[in-house]
Write a protein that binds this ligand. Structure first.
Ligand code: HEM
Length: 315
């Protein structure tokens, strides 16, 4: 098998207009029934997507669905496991931590119309509701000009769609899991009042870019803990990239406005290194944010979902 983005789920393209992240926990009450329900779901999942794409042909529906390490061990105890799939453990630096939280199944759904997002999750839930509990559901949106909720253009240094597959999709280093991806999901609540009272110049130093025009600042103009300084990751002297799709969200009733970070990578090691660098260098974003959750999931390729549906991983 050769790396082939067409066989991957929607991990490497399109941030979308309306976005929803849903994290479910397996009830762990009846293992055989839960394994069977997951097989049935894997069988129906792609048909649901095909159907919704017919029903709303211009809807741009994109979905990624995956499993945490604990869920994998529980559902497929005798099957091979993706090489880098492990439980996400809290990453801590001298001042700040990025906490780990629970979660077994993960959905990242986006579409032009929120009704399509709703309908997709509603149909998925028909197969999953008896075996799972909802841990978190966050609805996000595309903000003006593709800006992050903190007002800066987002994604400029992330790989563009044409280049993204190589950074987001597992290759022949792990043949059974080729065309899968490691998804890291992290929910950040920002202190927007604090951020809003900074001057534009202070904000620009914190992010390391111009706010209106998005040009990168010269290194000496950036704060030492500017986000685009601390989040860089190098391995053997080579800069590493992942596919990032930050999603703004706001829940004013809970006084909770922030960013749902989602990063898809070919190697979890790369995302993990970015996280470690951010906490070790006190990334400016951490100074005015509370991180509410953090989980790692494996997003199988579409053919692997068929293998799961066939029950071959449950033998
Ligand atoms: C959740 C809050 C976050 C916000 C609001 C945010 C926002 C931004 C913005 C506005 C940029 C500059 C434009 C761009 O190149 O995309 C950026 C760059 C970047 N971010 Fe984030 N980000 C967040 C979290 C993270 C996390 C958790 C990671 C790592 C796992 C990360 C990794 C990166 C990287 C690698 C860059 C490019 C740096 C460069 O090479 O210039 N970000 N982010």
């Amino acid at each position: 098998m050769v790396m082939n983005p067409v066989k991957a789920q929607d991990v490497w393209k399109d941030i979308g207009e309306h976005v929803q992240f849903t994290v479910l926990e397996l009830n762990r009450q009846d293992q055989a029934a839960e394994q069977q329900a997951i097989m049935d779901f894997a069988d129906r999942y792609q048909a649901i997507l095909r159907s919704l794409r017919i029903r709303d042909a211009d809807g741009d529906l994109k979905v990624a669905f995956g499993f945490s390490s604990d869920a994998w061990d529980y559902l497929f105890p005798n099957a091979p496991k993706p090489k880098e799939l492990e439980p996400y453990r809290t990453v801590s630096g001298p001042k700040y931590s990025m906490p780990a939280s629970k979660g077994d199944l993960f959905f990242h759904i986006r579409a032009r119309d929120e009704a399509v997002v709703y309908e997709a999750m509603n149909q998925f839930r028909r197969f999953l509701k008896d075996i799972t509990t909802v841990v978190d559901e966050t609805k996000g949106f595309r903000y003006f000009e593709g800006r992050a909720i903190i007002g800066f253009i987002d994604g400029t240094e992330a790989p563009s769609v044409e280049d993204a597959a190589n950074f987001a999709i597992i290759g022949d280093e792990d043949p059974v899991f080729e065309n899968g991806s490691y998804a890291f999901a992290q929910k950040w609540k920002h202190n927007m009042d604090f951020w809003g009272q900074l001057t534009t110049e202070e904000q620009e130093k914190a992010v390391g870019r111009e706010k209106f025009g998005d040009l990168e600042l010269d290194d000496e103009q950036k704060a030492p803990n500017a986000h685009n300084v601390t989040s860089k990751a190098e391995i053997d002297g080579e800069e590493q990239k992942i596919v990032r799709m930050n999603v703004p969200y706001s829940d004013p009733a809970q006084d909770n406005t922030g960013t749902y970070f989602i990063g898809y990578s070919r190697h979890w090691e790369v995302t993990k290194l970015m996280l470690k660098n951010m906490v070790n260098k006190d990334d400016y974003l951490l100074t005015f944010s509370d991180i509410l959750s953090g989980q790692l999931f494996f997003i199988p390729s579409r053919p692997l979902l068929d293998t799961i549906a066939d029950g071959q991983f449950n033998k």
